[in-house]
Write a protein that binds this ligand. Structure first.
Ligand SMILES: C[S@@+](CC[C@H](N)C(=O)[O-])C[C@H]1O[C@@H](n2cnc3c(N)ncnc32)[C@H](O)[C@@H]1O
Length: 246
């Protein structure tokens, strides 16, 4: 964060350095990573060869580890354009890198996807990354995800999917904020509290908020079928969507 880019590189400062505290203020986040891993593990179990997964926004490696743990021969390319976050994953997941099961890209999601051939990726997984994207960037990422997936392949995303009932969404977000205050004032981390509240304003802003019905329309417009939201926990849900065979 600096005078020119005060708040947009949201994972480079206090949030990135203290990302583990998210487990305390948003226990659902860890559960969503587990669900993403479990879904990709199910797919890997039915796949003839080792499943090659592209992960968008690997962060500090929480979701990456859940994906790698789901199946012993599955391989992951983890993409994240924030070094403060990715460095932590590179350190904690070195064993999987040494085994040849994990590699990293420091490009942003759209640039990395654009560089991939069409119909080339077995599965794409992500958690808590797409909701950070500005809406038009997100739409382009979804189109690229569709293009690079092999026919029949699956996109799995555990994320903040805003409720279509706006009043219910506001109430859920208010409860979430109350939880941030409770946990972070108890452990006297007002610095982290400040940054998560600032971050939440970005998540909830009109050009970022990822509302379920709009997300469904965008996925369908890109060509996805069998678009399903499940495991909803307050403002969080698991999305699965399939690229049709033809
Ligand atoms: C909230 S973290 C989620 C990390 C991890 N999946 C988890 O659930 O703990 C979001 C991550 O997405 C990354 N990110 C945000 N925008 C990105 C972009 N355009 N391309 C690649 N990564 C991005 C951030 O750097 C951050 O590490």
């Amino acid at each position: 964060m600096n005078a020119n880019t005060p708040y947009d590189a949201m994972f480079s400062g206090v949030i990135g350095q203290e990302y583990d505290l998210l487990k305390l203020i948003c226990p659902f986040a860890t559960e969503m990573s587990r669900l993403v891993g479990a879904k990709l593990g199910e797919l890997a179990a039915t796949h003839q060869q080792s499943l090659q997964v592209v992960e968008l926004g690997g962060g500090t490696g929480i979701t990456t580890l859940a994906i790698l743990s789901a199946q012993p021969d599955l391989k992951v390319l983890s993409i994240d354009n924030e070094p403060t976050m990715q460095r932590q994953a590179q350190q904690s997941l070195k064993t999987w890198v040494d085994e040849g099961r994990l590699s990293f890209s420091g490009e942003d999601a759209l640039t990395a996807l654009i560089a991939m051939p069409s119909d080339s990726v077995d599965a794409i997984g992500s958690a808590y990354t797409l909701h950070n994207f500005e809406c038009t960037y997100r739409q382009k990422v979804i189109q690229e995800i569709f293009r690079v997936l092999k026919p029949g392949a699956c996109f799995v995303n555990g994320d903040r999917y805003a409720l279509d009932d706006i009043d219910a969404h506001t109430r859920a977000t208010q409860q979430e904020v109350a939880g941030y205050f409770k946990v972070l004032t108890d452990i006297q981390r007002l610095d982290v509290l400040e940054h998560w509240i600032i971050h939440l304003f970005s998540d909830e802003s009109a050009n970022h908020v990822m509302r379920e019905a709009i997300a469904r329309q965008q996925l369908a417009a890109a060509g996805f079928q069998q678009i399903e939201f499940s495991h909803r926990l307050a403002v969080n849900a698991l999305l699965t969507a399939i690229k049709p065979l033809s």
